[in-house]
Design a protein around this ligand. Structure first.
Ligand code: GTB
Length: 217
């Protein structure tokens, strides 16, 4: 059964692939799975019909037969578990790839999101300028550790996996900052992810939504 995912009708990132449906789209492309995409407005996301799918009124969601999922990490893991291409057949390698997926979401992403959201939430507060370097350093700290572990390898643990997919997506959130430039091997790692044909197909699909919405305005 072809799953249906939800995505922004009008993404604030103007098609840069930063919204979290991009993770799901990429996982589906890597595993050769088709999907239907239902676009939702900010208003629709907060209505009961969408909240029945997603308790926090967000995107992405994933519907497949009787199954309804939310949380991009859970959705990517579901796709990776049920289709070849993102998790090794070897049980230990599979477990390690899942650990990297969690590391991307639980260890690397939080300081990146904290730094990004501080600009919106407290940018006008008197303490923000003093706090900014602290937030930068917290991100740098994680990047330094990740950079050290990756070294000159192509991927985090052998072949490309769901863990790399999620880590690349999380690091891409730094695209508009200069922090990633301090770690050339991480920059190259993100570029390798973005060069994958499946990434490009997923990126183009989400960009097409933005282009169509702009043309209709
Ligand atoms: N933990 C959840 C997951 O991983 O699925 C988080 C889901 C989430 O944050 N969804 C966001 C959302 O629905 C969209 S992706 N927000 C609407 C709301 O909460 O009302 C976050 C996002 C949005 C926009 C950009 N951007 O413009 O660059 C980047 C990331």
């Amino acid at each position: 059964m072809t799953p249906t995912i939800t995505a922004f009708e009008s993404s604030p990132d103007r098609g840069k692939g930063q919204a979290r449906d991009m993770r799901v789209r990429w996982a589906l492309e890597e595993t050769g799975q088709p999907c239907n995409v239902r676009l939702v407005s900010f208003r629709e996301m907060k209505e009961p019909a969408h909240r029945a799918l997603h308790p926090f009124g967000q995107i992405p969601t994933y519907e497949e037969g009787d199954l309804v999922l939310f949380e991009s990490g859970a959705i990517v893991l579901h796709i990776a578990t049920h289709h070849d291409g993102l998790l090794s057949k070897d049980a230990n390698a599979r477990a390690r790839a899942i650990a990297w997926l969690f590391a991307a979401l639980n260890t690397v992403e939080p300081p990146i999101v904290e730094r990004e959201s501080a600009g919106y939430v407290e940018g006008d507060k008197p303490w923000h300028e003093a706090r900014r370097p602290i937030l930068d350093d917290r991100v740098r700290h994680r990047l330094r550790e990740l950079s050290s572990r990756l070294g000159d390898a192509d991927w985090l643990d052998g072949a490309f996996s769901a863990g790399d997919l999620m880590m690349v997506m999380v690091l891409r959130r730094l695209n508009s900052s200069r922090l990633l430039n301090e770690f050339p091997n991480l920059l190259a790692y993100v570029a390798r992810g973005e060069a994958r044909p499946a990434f490009k197909r997923a990126f183009d699909a989400q960009l097409a939504v933005f282009v169509a919405a702009s043309a209709g305005r």
